[in-house]
Every structure is written in C-alpha cells, then in structure tokens.
Design a protein around this ligand. Structure first.
Ligand code: TRP
Length: 433
C-alpha cells in the first residue's frame, strides 16, 4: 500500500477547546498511529494574524495548542509537527498560488461571504472591516496543504469548502505548469463533524460558547452545567435530536454508552443528571491528558525546541519543492534560458483551442476544445464562415469579456464546469510568456 499523507492545521487564535480536540486533535493523533501514514500537523499562526492583532495572544495560543497536541499523545518523532511561520516557503507558495486563483473563487468562500453578508445586513459598506487576509485565507490554506502534497486533510465541516478550493487551485496550477500537486481530499469524522458549543451553535472561539480543553475539573463541571437545554422537567421524556448535550456526549462515548443515554433521555432523566453524566464521561478521557498538559505548558523552552525540530523536517521537503515550483512558473536563473521559440510552442500546446467546421446543414460552427480533447464551448450555426471567424478572434483576444457578448451563440455542455471555461478563455486571451 502506498503511503498516505495526512495534514492539518489549527489556527493559533485562542485557547484550544473541546471542539478542537474532538474535531482535529484527537482524530489527527489517531490517524498518525495508523500504518502507511505520514502526518503533518502544524500551528497555523499566519492564519491567526487574519483575525488577531494581539501579539501576546498569538504567542500564548501557539504555546497552548502545541502543548495540547503533545499532551494528547502526539509523537513528534513520528509526525512532522511544526509552526507554519517557521516554514517561510509557505508564504512564498501562497503568492504563486494567488496568481492562478480566480478572484471569483475567493468571492464565494464562506468566511469572506459571511463577513460581507453581515455588513450588508447592518447597512454598512460590504467590505467594512474585512482585511485582505480574510479574503486570501483559502489560498494560504491551499499553500499549507499543497506544499506537502497531502492526500487527506482532516477538518471540520466548515473547512471542507476550503479543501475543495485547494483542489481547484491545485488543478489549475497543474494544468498550467505540469503535475506538481496531489489533489487533496477533506476527511470529516462523520459522527462528530462539528461539536456544538454551550449555546448549541458550533463550538467556536468566535461565538464565545466553548469549553476549554484543559479547563480544571471544577470549571469543566460548571461550564457543562451551562449547556442550553429545553425546559422539560425531570421525569418528562427528552429528545436526543437537536440536544447539544447529547451530541457532545456522543463525541466522547462508545455506541453502547450513547445508546444508554438515549434510553435515559426517553425515560425522563433530569437535565442535571444528564449534565453530570456528560461531565464524568468527558473528565474520564481528559483527566490524564490534563496532567501531561500542565507539565508541558510550564516548560515553553522545551516546546520551542520540539517545534524547531519539526520545522527543520518540514523545510527539508518545502525548500527543494519550492525551488522546483519557482522554476516551473518561470522564476529561473537566466543562465538556464530556453530559446524563445521553444517557450512559445510549449505554452501554446498547453492551451485549449478553437476548432472550426461545417455541418451538413451548411452552417459554420466552432467549438473550444481543451488539451484533453474535452469540448468546453460549442457554437450555434453561423450562416457565413466570416461570422464564426469573427467570434473566434474576439474570444481569443478578449476571453471572458467577449464571451458575454457572444453568449447567444454559445452553449456549454452540462458536465463542464464554469471555472474550466473561464480558465481556458483567460489563458487563451493572455499573452504567451
Ligand atoms: N483554517 C483552518 C481552521 O480554522 C486551520 C488551517 C489552516 C488548516 N491551514 C490548514 C486546516 C490546512 C487544514 C489544512 O480550522
């Protein structure tokens, strides 16, 4: 069996909470123990800068998250465990990828769209308080993933779109510059995809509804007591469906334990007793890890050494790979200059092309065919060959802008993605480098 690379990051923007544990840390560590797996886990501190402008908080969070992974059993000998910003090649790759990413793709990213929608609802300028980092977030995340050619990316459901964007961007880059990148796949732990927080919404630092992973016992108990429930009295049967408490329990319990609690819900367990059961179940798993954590967090210098060792291992891959990518896009030493004629030919052969033909109905047609022979656009019939030629030259010169004008004469096959057409047209209409 071939080795599968798993990679995931946690943004260093706050204290790790149970949602991070269930959704990222625990599955990541479990996956790292499987045979034929190579794991890359990192602290996404470049990402943290997007929403945090408090340097001390970023530093503190980096320490806490690193200590959490280690406390939960991550073995830094077995896994490449590093801090994103210790691998500056990631920032460089972000730029290379930025230049093959269509702005429209980023417009559709949930995190950016949510910020814009919120401004809209508040009657503000759509981009008020939106920094360009938030807009570029998916590209930075793509660089994290593609740098190490990860096959699998364990993430929460909210991040799946970003992994899909990473695939799109990888495909686009491969298409332009050759097969450099593996197309990554998101992996979601189905049963625990997103852990609800105290208020029933997704547990998240930004909703202020989270339970710190290593809260002391008393605080853990107190926070669990604050989970929202409905107002059913003891003795009244309760619904597991939509119960945040039940969902959190499930994330820690075996199937048999969950079934038993479901039974207790049906039998009218009081919310107080259900909360106690949840507290005990979580604490049973977390208590031993909490001790490890306390020991680690009190020795930041040791953690720093571990992270720097991890970064050295990561850069051993990232540095030579980045050198290859720089060469692929044309950031090259002049001494290796190819003859111009050759360059033009190579670039041309990587582009989609128009094919013109006449049908039995006597009309003139054309289609846009990509390098693999797939039809991207099909014209309707033109009475004169000159008209068809005019459309082709217009599309070749002005790409997507001309497409709108010729829309009435163009059909795209149902299975072809808009993004592919746009890309092909953009490429056709851009000068050959
Ligand atoms: N954006 C992710 C989150 O907030 C963290 C992250 C950054 C990440 N880069 C990544 C996750 C690469 C997986 C792969 O959860």
């Amino acid at each position: 069996m071939t080795v599968q690379r798993f990679l995931t990051g946690i943004t260093t923007s706050g204290e790790p909470h149970l949602g991070n544990y269930v959704g990222a840390i625990r599955p990541a560590i479990a996956a790292s123990l499987a045979p034929n797996v190579e794991s890359f886990y990192f602290l996404a501190d470049y990402h943290a800068l997007i929403k945090i402008d408090d340097p001390a908080r970023i530093q503190r969070s980096t320490l806490e998250i690193a200590a959490s992974f280690l406390a939960c059993g991550l073995d830094p000998q077995r896994v490449r465990f590093y801090r994103q910003s210790d691998v500056p090649e990631i920032a460089e790759l972000t730029w290379l990828l930025t230049c093959v990413t269509s702005k429209g793709l980023l417009n559709r990213a949930h995190a950016y769209k949510a910020a814009v929608d919120k401004n809209h609802a508040a009657g503000m300028d759509p981009d008020a308080d939106v920094n360009a980092g938030l807009f570029m977030y998916p590209v930075l995340m793509t660089a994290d993933i593609l740098m190490f050619n990860a096959h699998k990316v364990p993430v929460g459901r909210d991040q799946v779109q970003h992994v899909e964007m990473a695939r799109d961007i990888a495909q686009r880059f491969n298409h332009l510059y050759g097969e450099h990148f593996v197309l990554p796949q998101a992996v979601i732990e189905e049963s625990v995809a997103t852990l609800p927080g105290l208020d029933g919404r997704k547990m998240s630092k930004s909703y202020d509804n989270s339970i710190p992973l290593f809260a002391p016992r008393a605080q853990l108990q107190k926070l669990i007591a604050g989970i929202v429930t409905d107002s059913r009295a003891p003795g009244e049967p309760k619904e597991t469906e939509g119960s945040a408490l039940f969902q959190i329990y499930q994330a820690f319990a075996s199937n048999a334990e969950s079934a038993a609690l479901a039974q207790a819900y049906g039998d009218g367990i009081s919310w107080a007793d259900a909360k106690q059961a949840l507290f005990e179940r979580i604490d049973r798993e977390i208590a031993p890890l909490r001790e490890n954590y306390q020991a680690l967090i009190s020795d930041p210098a040791r953690i720093e050494v571990i992270l720097l060792e991890g970064a050295a291992k990561a850069r051993a891959i990232a540095a030579p790979f980045t050198a290859r990518l720089r060469h692929a896009v044309g950031l090259r030493q002049l001494s290796a200059l190819a003859t111009p004629a050759k360059t033009v030919k190579a670039a041309k052969s990587e582009r989609a092309a128009f094919k013109q033909y006449r049908e039995r109905d006597g009309k003139f047609y054309f289609k846009l065919v990509d390098v693999r022979g797939r039809v991207l656009l099909q014209s309707t019939g033109f009475a004169a060959p000159k008209e068809a030629a005019q459309a082709i030259s217009d599309l070749s010169a002005r790409g997507t802008a001309a497409r709108t004008e010729w829309a009435a004469s163009l059909v795209s096959p149902a299975d072809v993605e808009e993004a592919d057409i746009t890309q092909a047209l953009q490429l056709l209409s851009s000068p050959i480098l």
